[in-house]
Design a protein around this ligand. Structure first.
Ligand code: TXA
Ligand code: MG
Length: 317
């Protein structure tokens, strides 16, 4: 079993393994990451292989500091302002690659841009500082499946493929970082996440060239790629349940439900709901129900990221 509790020794060993080109799963404040030395193309290739990723999706380069971010990406005024406001933390910035950027082309999928994030989780931070190189880390789950918010989830999906899983307990936010592209004319949200649209707008307000609100990508259901998919089918906007369905509830349940149920937050707290989301989907999946019915969740604040993940988990496979 590659799960190892966090200690100064285990973090030092994890850093050594990463520098040797091995895969190490580690906790961040959002979800667990499947880490590899981003400057080592072979190590990065192991990530795609372990996840069973069909395409070479670009990966996020995780670094310990803004100074390290500047070495791999060209941080303009907008990027700097956002980094100052949200780093360390769950915001990923897509910027132009630095000319001498040492990150493997495979990690950035041959693009001229690079996604960078400075995580706030203490274990992630200490690990990244010890590695001293950017670490590519997608969420530590099999491709297309539910993200991992606990070490046991990582073990279930990827245990055989990783040298070590650093166990830092359940993650705090539960949904991935917000991916914001600041390489173009104005900031564009590529993936809603733990930093909300409202948080971003507040910091961007008054910056020249960003007066327009942050523009999100159109997400009509037909365009959604299946992702975050449990084994069960997912039915959104449920106002009742049918025989045999499991229920993913949010707030008080105004109808009678018999069968497996997990409530994301009885008190309709969106933070708690985000933190519980992926573990809840995994738990309802284990119940063996063929369908998971999901009660409606408001779209404000973290609701945008939660609904984005749920819409993908319900998308045709
Ligand atoms: O919270 C997180 O972001 C977690 C933890 C482990 O840090 N990581 C994560 O990585 O969610 P991943 O690989 O599952 O998602 C990375 C997202 C993908 O949607 C990818 O397309 C996008 O970032 N991305 C990466 N590089 C990009 C680039 N150069 N341009 C546009 N999108 C990019
Ligand atoms: Mg992922």
């Amino acid at each position: 079993m590659p799960i190892v509790p966090v200690s100064p020794e285990s973090i030092a060993r994890a850093a050594r393994l990463l520098r040797e080109g091995q895969l190490v799963a580690f906790p961040t404040e959002t979800v667990y990451g499947l880490g590899a030395d981003a400057t080592n193309g072979i190590a990065v290739a192991r990530i795609y292989e372990a996840k069973g990723r069909p395409h070479f999706n670009p990966l996020i380069a995780h670094v310990a500091s803004v100074a390290q971010a500047e070495e791999i990406g060209r941080m303009g005024a907008v990027a700097r302002r956002l980094a100052h406001a949200f780093w360390p933390g769950p915001l990923t910035l897509v910027v132009e690659r630095q000319r001498e950027c040492p990150v493997s082309e495979l990690a950035t999928a041959g693009l001229d841009t690079i996604a960078i994030r400075v995580p706030s989780h203490r274990v992630a931070h200490v690990l990244l500082a010890a590695v001293g190189r950017p670490v590519a880390a997608p969420s530590a789950n099999r491709s297309g499946r539910v993200s991992a918010t606990q070490a046991a989830h990582v073990d279930a999906d990827l245990g055989a493929a990783v040298a070590m899983i650093l166990d830092g307990g359940p993650t705090q936010h539960g949904v991935e970082s917000t991916v914001l592209d600041v390489s173009g004319a104005w900031p564009t949200i590529l993936r809603p996440g733990a930093v909300t649209r409202e948080d971003l707008a507040e910091v961007l307000a008054g910056m020249p060239g960003t007066a327009a609100p942050v523009v999100g990508r159109p997400t009509s259901p037909g365009q959604l790629e299946s992702h975050y998919a449990p084994a069960a089918r997912v039915r959104l906007g449920a106002t009742d349940t049918r025989p045999g369905e499991a229920l993913l509830a949010f707030g008080p349940v105004p109808f009678v439900h018999r069968g497996p149920v997990v409530n994301l937050s009885v008190t309709t707290d969106l933070r708690a709901a985000a933190a519980n989301l992926f573990a809840a989907l995994r738990e309802l999946d284990r119940s063996g129900a063929a369908v998971i019915a999901v009660m409606p969740i408001p779209q404000n604040g973290l609701g945008e990221a939660i609904n984005d993940r749920l819409a993908r988990s319900a998308a045709p496979r």
